[in-house]
Unconditional design. Structure first.
Length: 650
């Protein structure tokens, strides 16, 4: 039997308790030291306030909280706590003091001390502004006292690197205060003390926010923090122009609306496993049930054994009855000879190829010259160029992207929801950003089709590292692995991701891997045993497999994305194929949610993926998928347990 929390989100620990507080007209969610979802009535003012310690490679050193004291009044609050950030040679401790006043003023102060000498890229406050700020009026007060009028960007603003210096979004630089219009006549001012602040568009990394952060990136990093150094910062939020504001009342029932417009489902494929174990016959049978469009393999021409790996992937693709999506990585200095060798290999293999994604060492985004070089030797195949890392890398190349678009058939970038934040709520938030990334890519890429490949829960590698990668300590999971891969949370997020892909009009997407830690099922021998454990069992089918199977059975269908009253609580799609209707709904929270169905249902059957069916879905996937229960004709809503997924066939 799997522990309950393991079924929910992959580990047995309870999630930190949250608490809703009031500061006059504002409501605030206190969440493990952070302030989240600061609202004025129905209007979100600030998405999150928090303090972070980032190491020399931009890795986040997780905080441990102690002595938490919360004094809550009807329209005010006061919070104090102590924090320890400790990892490798980093040992930083600090005290947090947060107050919310009856007039709507919120003050967040931190004072910390380095107990060791270490290198950091950032220590201090970050402020996340919600996506509702897109297009909002703003006022920027610079450290020299000057004030500029500005507007939050609508399309995702690029993070340019000029002469080796990372640039903020102009004119949100050298700031000591930032104000924005929440609604007509109502402004929120955030004043920042203790450092210089600037803003980046975090949607570049799928975060659902604009981020104001401390310490300008024009300054050198990493920088040494000597033992005994003291860091103090204060944030003060004030609201002006408020006459009155009603408290946010959360409807217990999530309302959904079925839109008129429909889009084709994207082509959905999967990535060949990064380990060297071949697929078994039973694994191939299970993967066939996903009705995949392709199998992705990365062929790094500088790595020994690339030909053997491509041969194995071709055999697996043949067994699955799908073509290959080949990401070919050429060396920087020998790209032409690599192109010739790769062309010979393709000719010998006679593989079915859906597309080639062209990459080259030293290029964060494929150069047009690299594509032209490969096209000399490879013809009659779809050629794709772009970024093998985050959308940020593609967005930085706006000056050369039109040229790239002129020589490729489509553009690509990869995606993961955990560049900056790792908690469940932040990962769910990223689902609302995917359409903006695709729209921006299509706009700056001369209207070329967009595909995302691959989509993973965590970064496969760190493109921003300024030093050697941190070695995985004994008994811990590799940095690319997330325990939520085998959980109901993983399934719910996957459905939300597919909904976002449909709404954005993505041509194709590649999810996860075939087997093991990063896959849709475990190996026959099980994943390596480590602590903290990855709680799978040999031959286990992960819940997200069933979401991909539910969608795959409707491959080629028209899809509609349900408009949800609170997209951070639930998600859903409606698929129509050959006159048959399928509704997929997911609860994106750790609490049970009642979801109103988008239409009357007659002669419908329901299959639930939740804690009651987890065991059967994991151990006996075909039996689970063959079972369903009839819904009564007067069913108007469903109550879904934490992170549950419902499949309704009419």
């Amino acid at each position: 039997m799997f522990p309950e929390n393991v079924m929910y989100y992959g580990k047995p620990d309870d999630l930190p308790a949250t608490r809703t507080l009031r500061a006059g007209p504002l409501t605030v969610l206190y969440d493990n030291g952070d302030l989240r979802y600061i609202r004025l009535g129905e209007h979100e003012v600030i998405r999150r306030l928090y303090s972070a310690v980032r190491d020399h490679n931009w890795g986040t050193v997780l905080p441990v909280f102690a002595n938490v004291q919360i004094n809550e009044q009807t329209d005010s609050f006061h919070i104090q706590y102590d924090v320890e950030n400790r990892q490798d040679d980093i040992h930083f401790v600090w005290h947090g003091d947060i107050s919310g006043e009856a007039d709507g003023t919120i003050r967040f102060a931190m004072r910390g001390e380095a107990l060791t000498t270490f290198r950091r890229n950032r220590v201090g406050f970050c402020i996340l502004h919600p996506l509702t700020c897109a297009g909002a009026k703003a006022r920027v007060e610079h450290v020299d006292g000057s004030v500029e009028e500005a507007t939050f960007p609508t399309l995702i603003a690029p993070q340019y690197i000029i002469d080796g210096i990372i640039k903020p979004v102009f004119p949100f630089n050298e700031m000591r205060a930032l104000s924005h219009e929440v609604m007509p006549g109502v402004w929120a001012e955030l004043r920042m003390e203790g450092d210089i602040f600037e803003l980046e568009d975090q949607r570049n990394w799928l975060d659902a926010s604009y981020k104001t952060y401390c310490t300008p990136l024009r300054l050198p990093f990493p920088v040494e923090v000597p033992r005994g150094a003291v860091i103090e910062q204060v944030l003060t939020l004030r609201i002006s122009g408020v006459q009155s504001a009603a408290a946010v009342v959360t409807d217990e029932t999530v309302r959904v609306v079925l839109p008129e417009d429909a889009r084709r489902l994207p082509l959905i494929g999967i990535k060949s496993a990064s380990h060297d174990q071949p697929l078994t016959d039973s694994q191939i049978d299970r993967l066939k049930a996903l009705h995949l469009a392709h199998l992705r393999i990365t062929v790094a021409m500088t790595t020994a054994g690339y030909a053997q790996r491509l041969h194995r992937a071709d055999a697996e693709a043949t067994a699955l009855g799908v073509p290959l999506e080949i990401a070919v990585r050429l060396s920087h200095d020998h790209a032409e000879s690599d192109s010739q060798a790769f062309a010979r290999l393709l000719s010998e293999l006679k593989a079915r190829v859906a597309r080639l994604i062209v990459l080259r060492e030293g290029e964060q985004t494929t150069a047009a010259e690299t594509v032209r070089l490969l096209r000399q030797y490879v013809s009659n195949v779809t050629i794709v160029g772009g970024a093998d890392a985050n959308f940020c890398e593609l967005n930085r190349e706006r000056t050369v992207l039109p040229e790239l678009a002129s020589v490729v058939d489509a553009l690509t970038f990869s995606a993961n929801p955990q560049v900056h934040a790792f908690d469940n709520a932040s990962i769910v938030e990223t689902l609302t950003t995917i359409p903006a990334a695709v729209e921006t890519a299509r706009t700056i890429g001369s209207g070329k089709p967009v595909l995302i490949s691959p989509i993973t829960f965590k970064m496969r590698s760190n493109p921003y590292a300024t030093g050697a990668a941190r070695q995985t300590p004994a008994g811990q999971l590799p940095s690319q692995v997330d325990v939520r891969q085998m959980s109901l949370f993983g399934a719910a997020w996957t459905l939300g991701c597919i909904a976002a892909l449909i709404s954005s009009g993505v041509q194709s997407a590649t999810f996860y891997e075939t087997t093991c830690w990063l896959g849709v099922m475990d190996n026959s021998a099980g994943s390596p045993s480590v602590t903290p454990q990855f709680y799978s069992v040999p031959d286990m089918t992960f819940p997200l497999y069933h979401v991909l199977a539910d969608v795959g059975e409707c491959a080629g269908a028209d899809g509609r994305v349900l408009q949800v009253s609170d997209p951070l609580r639930a998600t859903g799609i409606v698929l129509m194929k050959d006159g048959r209707l399928r509704i997929l709904l997911a609860n994106l929270t750790a609490q049970s949610q009642t979801i109103a169905l988008p239409m009357p249902l007659a002669a419908s059957r329901l299959r639930l993926l939740d804690e009651t069916t987890f065991e059967q879905a994991a151990r006996h996937p075909s039996h689970y998928r063959a079972q369903s229960v009839a819904l009564s004709e007067n069913t108007t809503s469903l109550t879904l347990r934490p992170y549950a997924v419902a499949c309704i066939d009419q």
